[in-house]
Write a protein that binds this ligand. Structure first.
Ligand SMILES: *Cc1c(COP(=O)(O)O)cnc(C)c1O
Length: 460
């Protein structure tokens, strides 16, 4: 018979996780002001809050940690990192940073000014935060198909090229510091961007003389989808595809906590030395000297090794198959989610589950709380809490999609855990009619409120 799929690694170290009772969880979530970010991790059985920094490092990464060079300047570990990034992407100038948003801060400090416009395919929340904080506009040009969760198309993260061209045509060039292409498109459901689309975006940038930034947290997962879904790429290696993806890029920011499988780290990479020179002062001011930028030497070593492992086909196949496995289970139970299954997460379609809950009561957040109460599983809201208020009118923004993201950490959980998650989602889905009351905001910060927001049950 045909041999079934099996993981391309085995387990060398384990960490105990504990179940809890529903009564305990009711108490804990209330104490956490109904904000899953404010829960102690010990109160969570399966933690799907994020796949960021939560992956399991390999034996080779731990070995690289021991070999870290902690020199303040010119550390060997920096050059190992820089050489790996250049080998993979062709971008030769690298500024390390402590994580992705710090990389954004360094780059945007040097290129974004008030009134600027940065078109992109669903900017990630910290990216948008850094743009709006500088009184610039993050203009969404994602293809409209991305907001139809039932539609199965292979590259749902794509940029709408017509819309992008319209923006580039009608906006003075000096007001567009760069176009932001996020691979994979996290906000739209971990959906990939095709090579054809990447090249289309890059051609438009060239045509209008605008720079291209690749927001690259999950660039390797994107390359995997290109290999397995796009014609002409079947026989290319992941690394060949990655190199091609970056051919038209001027800048790259990366949260290494995703596809580089480290617990902390990030960087900005540049094609032109002059662009790097403009930004380096902000690294020195905010992160550290140019050859460590907020990271220990050992962390840069683990990151360099993680970039190599993260771009191996067998690893990516194992990873993406696990997410797809959870998707298949949910199909069996009829639980609606953003289709097809994304690279790093399943996004439950909260509006299709809690159909009678008004949007003012935060539909996806309500679903997240219910899943936690049901089984001690922690997901994260990608909906109107995350969408925040309009920076000008201060009104709540209600996006087309209310999603509950179940992000799968890399090399951490087994498929038995996936079965458990799917069963819990089914139980919540089966009792959806009885979930009739959502939540209201009690306290919030003016920017990126979702991390610290305090909620209470909605008045009825
Ligand atoms: C995670 C992420 C970031 C921010 O990175 P942090 O390491 O969390 O600061 C930026 N863009 C994308 C697409 C991300 O997924």
């Amino acid at each position: 018979m045909e041999l079934p799929f099996a993981e391309s690694y085995r387990i060398k170290m384990v960490e105990t996780i504990r179940k809890s009772t529903r009564e305990e969880r009711e108490k804990w979530i209330k104490e956490a002001k109904y904000n899953l970010f404010l829960l102690k991790s010990d109160y969570v059985f399966i933690d799907l809050l994020t796949d960021s920094g939560t992956g399991a490092m390999s034996d080779k990464q731990w070995a690289a940690i021991m070999e870290g060079d902690e020199s303040y300047a010119g550390a060997r570990s920096f050059y190992r990192l820089k050489d790996t990034i250049e080998m993979l992407t062709g971008l030769p100038y690298v500024l390390p940073s402590h994580q992705g948003r710090a990389a954004e801060n360094v780059l945007f400090s040097s290129i974004v000014k008030e009134g600027d416009i940065l078109p992109g395919n669903s900017h990630f929340d910290t990216t948008k935060g850094h743009i709006e904080y500088r009184k610039a506009v993050a203009l969404d040009c994602t293809i409209k198909e991305a907001s139809n969760t039932e539609l199965e198309i292979p590259f749902k993260g794509n940029m709408d090229l017509e819309k992008l061209e319209e923006v580039l045509k009608t906006t003075p060039r000096e007001k567009i510091p760069c176009v932001v292409l996020t691979v994979t498109n996290n906000t739209a459901g971990g959906q990939p961007v095709s090579m054809e689309n990447i090249k289309g975006v890059s051609a438009l940038c060239k045509k209008y003389g605008v720079k291209l930034l690749m927001d690259s947290a999950r660039f390797a997962e994107n390359a995997y989808f290109i290999k397995t879904r796009e014609k002409g790429y079947e026989n290319k290696t992941i690394r060949e595809i990655v190199h091609e993806m970056y051919e038209g890029a001027d800048y790259m920011t990366m949260s290494a906590k995703k596809d580089a499988i480290v617990n902390i780290g990030g960087f900005v990479a540049f094609r032109d030395e002059a662009d790097m020179r403009k930004a380096q002062m902000f690294t020195i001011m905010n992160e550290g000297f140019l050859t460590y930028g907020g990271m220990a030497g050992r962390d840069m070593n683990a990151l360099a090794q993680g970039l190599l492992e993260g771009t191996e086909f067998e690893y990516l196949e194992t990873r993406i198959n696990q997410v797809a496995y959870l998707g298949k289970k949910l199909d069996e139970y009829g639980v609606p989610y953003q289709r097809p299954a994304g690279g790093h997460a399943i996004f439950l379609d909260a509006k299709k589950i809690l159909t009678h809950l008004p949007k003012e009561e935060f539909i996806a957040q309500t679903l997240g709380i219910e899943l936690y109460l049901e089984a001690g599983i922690r997901g994260v809201e990608i909906g109107s809490l995350l969408a925040d208020r309009d920076p000008v009118t201060r009104e709540n923004r209600y996006p087309a999609l209310e999603l509950l993201r179940l992000a799968i950490p890399r090399r951490v959980y087994t498929n038995n855990h996936m079965d458990y998650i799917a069963a819990a989602a089914k139980n919540v889905y089966d009792r959806r009619e009885s979930i009739t009351r959502g939540y209201k905001i009690v306290k919030e910060l003016p920017i990126m409120r979702h991390f610290t927001i305090e909620l209470d049950r909605a008045d009825r």
